[in-house]
Design a protein around this ligand. Structure first.
Ligand code: SF4
Length: 231
């Protein structure tokens, strides 16, 4: 009897640990999710130019991230790109240079695009869901994401790429409209503003967990994105 109770208690403990791990992965926080349906403020015409979006952004102080930034990291690449990559926010190197994805994670992303997909980086467009560096490279907070969102939407409307690749949980959650676990949704197709979206791992995650399996999965996602974009 005692042994049976012990086994039951252990099974319950395992289940509780699993649930906790999933909550952590799905980002349970004490704040209102930015991913729930909250329509972005209409700021632009139906198809603005990237310049118009950048001009409207100005020296933005719409959220607290303006306080710690060196400069705004708007985006980089071809304004007529068929492929758009969206990450979560600038890091230290990006804040220093004003360009997205130029640190170690950026080098890996560039290698994935240029050596893996065989597309020059300058042919795609790369940006983040927030344009200013979150202190200590933390994830952007819901209020910050919402404040910056109209500009991301403006960039998407300006580019109208054939495919968007979201890198990591925050960007994928925003475009999918709900808190997601990236391990569950990567590799599956979704749609945002009428554009096919492929979520995949953030290159920083791949660098942290540099396993053959993770690299294989990202490569699989990128191949699917390239194929769908007809490149
Ligand atoms: Fe403005 Fe976006 Fe920077 Fe916030 S993160 S200050 S909304 S540009």
């Amino acid at each position: 009897m005692k042994a049976a109770l012990g086994q039951e208690a252990q099974a319950l403990l395992r289940a509780a640990r699993q649930t906790l791990a999933e909550w952590v992965e799905e980002g349970v926080e004490g704040e209102i999710s930015p991913y729930s349906a909250c329509p972005p403020r209409p700021t632009f015409t139906e198809r603005p130019s990237l310049e118009a979006v950048r001009t409207e952004l100005g020296e933005c102080t719409r959220c607290e991230l303006c306080q710690g930034r060196r400069q705004i990291v708007f985006g980089d690449g071809n304004p007529d790109a068929d492929l758009m990559f969206i990450g979560e926010g600038p890091g230290e190197q990006e804040d220093r240079t004003g360009l997205p994805f130029v640190g170690r994670a950026g080098e890996l992303l560039t290698a994935m695009i240029e050596r893996g997909m065989e597309i020059p980086r300058s042919d795609v467009y790369i940006c983040n869901i927030v344009k200013c560096r979150p202190p200590g490279n933390r994830n952007p907070r819901p209020k910050e994401v919402q404040a910056c969102r109209p500009f991301l939407d403006g960039q998407i409307d300006a580019l109208r790429p054939r495919v968007i690749v979201t890198l990591g949980k925050p960007a994928s959650s925003l475009l999918l409209g709900r808190d997601i676990a990236i391990t569950r949704v990567r590799g599956t197709w979704h749609t945002y503003r009428g554009i096919p979206v492929m979520p995949t791992f953030h290159p920083a995650f791949v660098l942290r967990q540099y396993t053959q399996e993770n690299r294989r999965l990202v490569w699989q996602d990128l191949k699917a994105a390239r194929q769908r974009a007809g490149i």
